[in-house]
Design a binder for this molecule. Sequence first.
Ligand SMILES: Cc1cc2nc3c(=O)[nH]c(=O)nc-3n(C[C@H](O)[C@H](O)[C@H](O)COP(=O)(O)OP(=O)(O)OC[C@H]3O[C@@H](n4cnc5c(N)ncnc54)[C@H](O)[C@@H]3O)c2cc1C
Length: 413
Amino acid sequence: MKAVVVGGGIIGLCSAWYLREAGWDVELVDRSDLHDNCSYGNLGMVVPSHFVPLATPGIVAQGIKWMFDAKSPFYVKPTPSWRLINWGLKFINSAKADKVDYAAPFLRDINLLSRSLYEGWKRDALFDFSFEQKGIMMYFKEEKTAEEEYHLAEKARAMGLDAVSLNKAEAQAIETGTRLDVLGAVHYRCDGHLYPNQLMPALIASLKKKGAQFRLGHAVSKVHRNGKKLLSVDAGPENIPGDLFVFAAGSWLPELTSKAGVKISLMPGKGYSFTVENPAVKLDIPAILCEARVAITPMAGRMRYGGTMELATTQETVNMQRVRGIVESIPKYFPDNTLAMPSQQEVWYGFRPCSPDGLPYIGTAKGTDNLVIAGGHAMMGLSLGPATGKLVAEIASGETTSVNVAAFRADRF
Ligand SMILES: Cc1cc2nc3c(=O)[nH]c(=O)nc-3n(C[C@H](O)[C@H](O)[C@H](O)COP(=O)(O)OP(=O)(O)OC[C@H]3O[C@@H](n4cnc5c(N)ncnc54)[C@H](O)[C@@H]3O)c2cc1C
């Protein structure tokens, strides 16, 4: 039986990995040469701590305020598009306390599954991807944020996650890499981090060794379907038949699924990062700067800084004002870490695939028997890659899934 996986980001590669493990012949199709996509320049955090989805109460009002600040971490490109309006209405409807509470255990469980799969890859020494489990530190400077973060940490502990609330001195005793100027922190010891630029090529090489076929350089332009069954896809001059199809096209998922007559609500959320190869200041533990919405990860000797969310644009340009916002926020929390502005060429950008409720889509597409959708992981795709791949393989084989996937149904909107 042959599975055709479209999209070779972390989600497509992990789907291919577990399908191969389950005995499927696998052919992976990507329009690029797989040397870059959203899964490379991200911050590499593996985050059971992120049990709260993107759509939360209060985020809409905060987002509107941010839109008027050029250096802010959030921006929506005003576009007269029905797709954006429709997504926005679904987002507002999802940003409610009861929906966030409903999502939390699903996100916790899939994240814990994924972390344990990464642990397994490391334990089995399949390849090196610099996976470390030192947790992540959520730093804050303001009383209001402290209250929110300590409350969230309590909730995390109640859900069985290892989270420690710290004052400044306690945080400083743990982060010995640099001087802190913060009010306090929460140390999510349940989290980990890795170096995505090492993981991605290692996964591709390992998949090739396992016998997966790669067909690169041509976008899927047409999907052939007969009733509930997908028959084949066209990519460049080739027609590729399969028994099972997995669509994992990141931010381009709606365009791809529409070729099969399937609607998926999703918006790209552009983010930036830059990496300092020989940093003067090295953090020991990855950090999230809560008020600034900036993330920092030490990666095998280098430091990566990133953030911002520009919604609804797939423009291949770099907004240096937003990068400046990231650079200027760092010394506010780490006074000895004053960074030079990177040049435009040094800035990486990627498009997070954002579903309106902040939950991934993992499941069979509406009205089809053999199309599995895997996408919409927004800020957690790297973290959730292995679990998503495993769940895709389980769904494809009709097995009971390792965790409950009811909240991730592809036909929920
Ligand atoms: C600044 C930033 C920081 C981040 N930090 C983290 C983090 O710390 N932890 C975390 O878990 N996540 C993080 N993320 C999110 C994470 O990077 C994404 O969720 C993840 O990479 C999405 O993976 P994907 O496989 O769905 O999409 P992608 O990696 O974008 O891959 C999609 C692939 O599909 C291919 N494709 C699209 N259309 C077609 C077509 N028609 N035919 C053939 N191929 C097609 C594309 O070429 C591409 O290779 C971050 C993102 C950003 C931007």
